[in-house]
Design a protein around this ligand. Structure first.
Ligand code: SAM
Length: 229
């Protein structure tokens, strides 16, 4: 049984697409997608030997070797430009997901949708999408096993005022998630607030430097944004 987190990611992959799942680990997501729809094909990319072998075994066990190609390599280097319609990257930090997209920019040719599931730092991805002519089309936030996960879906285009009004707030919290403020959203940001306040308390006892002052200012700014929401 696939996790609810990956089922939600799968919901945003159109049936019949060719999807490249980067950092696929056991290739559970591409296997699920191909079992759901006979026209779906996939590439499962993995940089590490252990997960690469697990992906190959899982694909063979599921009888999907003809439709899922398991490839070993770093980020988007496992695909050729024009090969995939959809890219999924799930279960990593937002900074790593962003660096995979940035380093593999030329491989995004022909890709019409990105489905990204950062465990932390979704705001780094939103900022990258915005700066690289990808428009956020949907966001999800869900809780599973006491952890809160965000999913960002993007397509090519101009964000046409999506962040208008308060760019910083919307980048941090998510323009769509901010409208819903569901239970998982509230849980995540209540937890972050407690965490940030604890860090500020600890920093108050540290020796003052310009760098520390800047970090405190940024943290206080984020606290103000989240408290207001
Ligand atoms: N995507 C799966 C999920 O969401 O359940 C697996 C997530 S697992 C925590 C992250 C996987 O990404 C690991 O198997 C790791 O080896 C792989 N990974 C990390 N950096 C990578 C990179 N630059 N390129 C390809 N795979 C990477």
């Amino acid at each position: 049984q696939l996790s609810n987190r990956l089922i939600k990611v799968a919901d945003y992959v159109p049936p019949g697409a060719t999807v490249a799942d980067i950092g696929s680990d056991h290739a559970y997501l591409p296997c699920y997608l191909c079992l759901q729809h006979a026209g779906t094909r996939a590439i499962a990319g993995e940089v590490n030997e252990g997960p690469f072998q697990s992906a190959k075994e899982q694909v063979a066990r599921t009888g999907l070797s003809g439709r899922i190609d398991v490839r070993k390599g770093n980020g988007l280097e496992v695909i050729e430009p024009g090969e995939a319609d959809v890219i999924t990257i799930a279960g990593m930090g937002g900074s790593l997901i962003t660096s995979i997209l940035e380093e593999g920019k030329e491989k995004l040719e022909g890709v019409s949708r990105l489905v990204l599931q950062p465990n932390v730092a979704a705001e780094v991805i939103r900022a990258w999408l915005r700066a690289n002519q990808w428009v956020l089309t949907a966001e999800e936030i869900l809780e599973e096993d006491e952890k809160v996960y965000e999913i960002l879906v993007a397509e090519r285009g101009d964000d046409a005022g999506l962040y208008a009004g308060d760019v910083e707030k919307k980048l941090l919290l998510g323009p769509y998630l901010l409208k819903q403020k569901n239970e998982a959203f509230q849980k995540k940001w209540r937890h972050e607030l407690t965490n940030w306040k604890r860090i500020l308390d600890q920093q108050a006892r540290a020796t003052e430097t310009e760098e520390l002052r800047q970090r405190q200012k940024q943290l206080q700014n984020q606290i103000n944004i989240v408290e207001e929401v």
